[in-house]
Design a binder for this molecule. Structure first.
Ligand SMILES: Nc1nc2c(ncn2[C@@H]2O[C@H](COP(=O)(O)OP(=O)(O)OP(=O)(O)O)[C@@H](O)[C@H]2O)c(=O)[nH]1
Length: 672
């Protein structure tokens, strides 16, 4: 399958720089792994600069070696157990998870999204450990990132996606994909698959990620590797749904879980065992990644309860949590209130004081609170880092000399993070040597203050800081405005492009699209030396419908025929309306026999799908010309011409039939 998203469209989105992407150390790791000349030792050294990633990597490696084996404790060992492709995708997955923990799309629940992705990744790994269709360490990240298209849309179009998500609640019978398509002329399935492909995930992974939500569209043969991976992804997503569902809802979801499990070849006991293991892992990973998890009873217990409920044996209602929002994570900063530069309380800033001296913290706090600022305190550099990332202060007052991490080290570490980059940092020092101050500024400090602290000087420096913060916020707002404008423009351009390539009556791609697509498929066929076929379909005696019943009925017949044609084609076939009553079907990777069989299915489907008109059935039929690329053909046009000749034959044979103008079966493709 060629990627469903138009490559040019995707490249355009990528070029905007707004698509979620790995950052910092993760990016360095990915680049090193891609560079074949780099040594494992160098990779281990880079990994060690990110203690959080070290912990996650070692946990992932231990998850694979099993409990009866010696635990992995070093980065080097973890690299050997996991292998470089898995390390690469782990770096990618964890980097996205850390960088996109929050965002500005209001209706997108970032915490719920990520913890659901974590369950999906763990479930994918547990399922694959049994099915063995792929390396379990690699599918963890496939599960973790399978829904990245949703995150991407929330990141690219935060305001518009907020509206789309709200509309899904309003119009429950319209799918999210449809609403996304209407709003952005693209959807999370195609965007997610394109991103996975772009990050180098092999086709056997990114293609199932596209089909996981609608596996029947894929047309994979049962039991094939792609089939099992697609169904496993579907099951893993459903396990996440069960884990995140309300307590009282879970038992009702069990019957469907077993049905999905059966598609991967699991009986009830295996499904329960897999899912119990996933929940255990979820708790352990949840605390490591600081993601909220939930308590889930054993799956056998849930299944029994589900059966009792279904059989109506359970008289009393299950306990309902009083507080519907219980367990929901508290929005960051909510307790302390957001800083709004335009409101009356615009002078109030969120300030974090980091100092190991409690009396100094109390002294500074008093000065700050007296002028209305909201204050939080941290007693050392490590907790200062954690609180800065969690509470996102506007300004930090940091002591230079502290045991453990110094104020300068804290500043340097913060400046490496997205959140910490924008914080205004004021360092308190009793060392005023020029060299030391230069060092402070070079490490990212914005201003300094000499000890002992003079309250009036502190107030003056805060005002200066406030002015910079305000300007920064204005700049951010302008930037956001420009970004939103660019995003709107991109959406309307894409819509225009789609309109230009779509036939309004049938919703099929039009002739222009068909010409481009034939060229593309011709190149793919040359590259892969795979067959390529085309069929030209023409409605029989179509003029007669217009003449006898009017143009509107003619249109209705065309739509009816289009529906029947589409329904009879396979997922990989591409159909376009190329003329009044003429359609072109491109059949990638298809030889003459398969194309003739497919055309016969189409002919039969049209013949057997009459239009119901005022109580009467109006039947129609089509003639079809089929051609397959052979080595005499030098360009795509010759393939279409041959199909046209075959169509002419079909018409002259009396219509409602399939013909080919090729005397013999074309041999393998030999590109010119
Ligand atoms: N209702 C309707 N008619 C259209 C449309 N586009 C083209 N047509 C008509 O479709 C008819 C096409 O007829 P032809 O393909 O030439 O001939 P035919 O009647 O189908 O006969 P055969 O192809 O020989 O079986 C013409 O009368 C066009 O005017 C359209 O969008 N809607």
């Amino acid at each position: 399958m060629a990627l469903p998203i138009n490559i040019a469209k995707f490249e355009h989105l990528k070029a905007s720089g707004d698509l979620p992407s790995p950052k910092g150390v993760a990016l360095a790791i990915i680049r090193l792994i891609q560079d074949e000349s780099s040594a494992i030792g160098e990779l281990a050294r880079v990994i060690k600069t990110d203690p959080a990633f070290v912990g996650r990597l070692i946990k992932a490696a231990n998850g694979l070696v099993g409990y009866n084996r010696r635990a992995i404790a070093s980065v080097q060992e973890a690299l050997l157990v996991l292998g470089l492709p898995a390390v690469r995708t782990l770096a990618l997955g964890f980097s996205l998870l850390s960088s996109y923990r929050e965002g500005s799309c209001k209706a997108f629940d970032y915490d719920r999204f990520w913890t659901g992705c974590l369950v999906q990744g763990l479930a994918m790994q547990a399922i694959t450990q049994r099915t063995r269709v792929a390396a379990a360490e690699e599918v963890f990240c496939l599960g973790l990132l399978a829904r990245v298209g949703e995150l991407a849309l929330a990141t690219l179009y935060s305001v518009e996606y907020d509206k789309v998500l709200k509309r899904t609640l309003e119009f429950r019978d319209i799918s999210l994909v449809t609403l996304e398509q209407q709003a952005f002329a693209l959807n999370h399935r195609e965007l997610g698959a394109a991103m996975l492909a772009d990050w180098g995930l092999p086709r056997v992974f990114h293609e199932p990620a596209y089909f996981a939500e609608a596996p029947e569209e894929a047309g994979y043969s049962e039991g094939s590797r792609e089939y099992v991976i697609t169904r496993s992804l579907g099951m893993a997503a459903y396990v996440a749904d069960v884990c995140l569902a309300e307590e009282r809802e879970r038992p009702n979801l069990m019957a469907r879980l077993f049905a999905i499990g059966a598609e991967v070849g699991f009986d009830r006991a295996t499904v329960n065992e897999v899912c119990d293991g996933v929940v255990q892992e979820w708790q352990a990973w949840g605390s490591l990644l600081e993601l909220e998890t939930r308590v889930v009873p054993s799956f056998e217990e849930l299944a029994t309860k589900g059966e009792e409920l279904a059989a109506g044996l359970k008289a009393e209602a299950p306990p309902v949590k009083e507080d519907a929002a219980a367990g929901a994570p508290l929005p960051v900063g909510d307790e302390i209130g957001a800083f709004d530069a335009d409101s009356a309380s615009s002078r109030a800033m969120r300030v974090l004081i980091v100092d190991d001296d409690a009396s100094m913290r109390a002294f500074v706090r008093k000065i700050l609170e007296a002028v209305g600022h909201q204050v939080i305190e941290a007693p050392d550099g490590r907790s200062g880092m954690e609180m800065a990332l969690e509470f996102q202060p506007h300004l930090m007052i940091v002591d230079w000399i502290m045991p453990g991490i110094s104020g300068i080290e804290l500043t340097r570490a913060l400046r490496q993070t997205k959140i910490g980059r924008g914080v205004y940092i004021l360092i308190m020092t009793s060392l005023e040597a020029d060299e030391r101050l230069i060092e402070a500024f070079e490490n990212g400090v914005d201003d300094f203050m000499s000890k002992p602290i003079n309250p009036r000087v502190l107030a003056a420096r805060l005002r200066a800081g406030q002015r910079v913060i305000r300007l920064q916020q204005e700049l951010d707002r302008d930037r956001e405005e420009i970004r939103r404008f660019a995003a709107e423009l991109a959406v309307s351009n894409r819509r225009l492009q789609e309109v230009a390539l779509t036939d309004a009556l049938t919703g099929f791609p039009n002739r222009r699209y068909a010409i481009e697509r034939v060229q593309q498929e011709w190149q793919v066929s040359s590259r892969n030396r795979r067959p390529l076929s085309a069929m030209v379909i023409d409605v029989d005696m179509f003029k007669m419908y217009n003449d006898s019943h009017g143009h509107d009925i003619g249109d209705a017949v065309l739509k009816q025929v289009a529906g029947a044609v589409k329904g009879a084609l396979r997922a990989q076939d591409v159909v376009a309306r190329t003329g009044g009553d003429e359609f072109l079907v491109i059949c990638p990777d298809t030889g003459l026999d398969a194309a003739l069989a497919c055309a016969e299915r189409v002919r039969f489907a049209v013949e057997n799908a009459p239009l119901l008109l005022e109580g009467r059935l109006l039947s129609s039929s089509v003639s079809i010309g089929v051609a397959t690329r052979d080595n005499v053909m030098k360009e795509p046009d010759s393939l279409i011409k041959r199909a046209d000749q075959a169509l002419y034959l079909a018409k002259s044979k009396g219509r409602n039939c399939v013909m080919t103008a090729q005397a013999s079966r074309p041999g393998p493709v030999v590109p010119p």
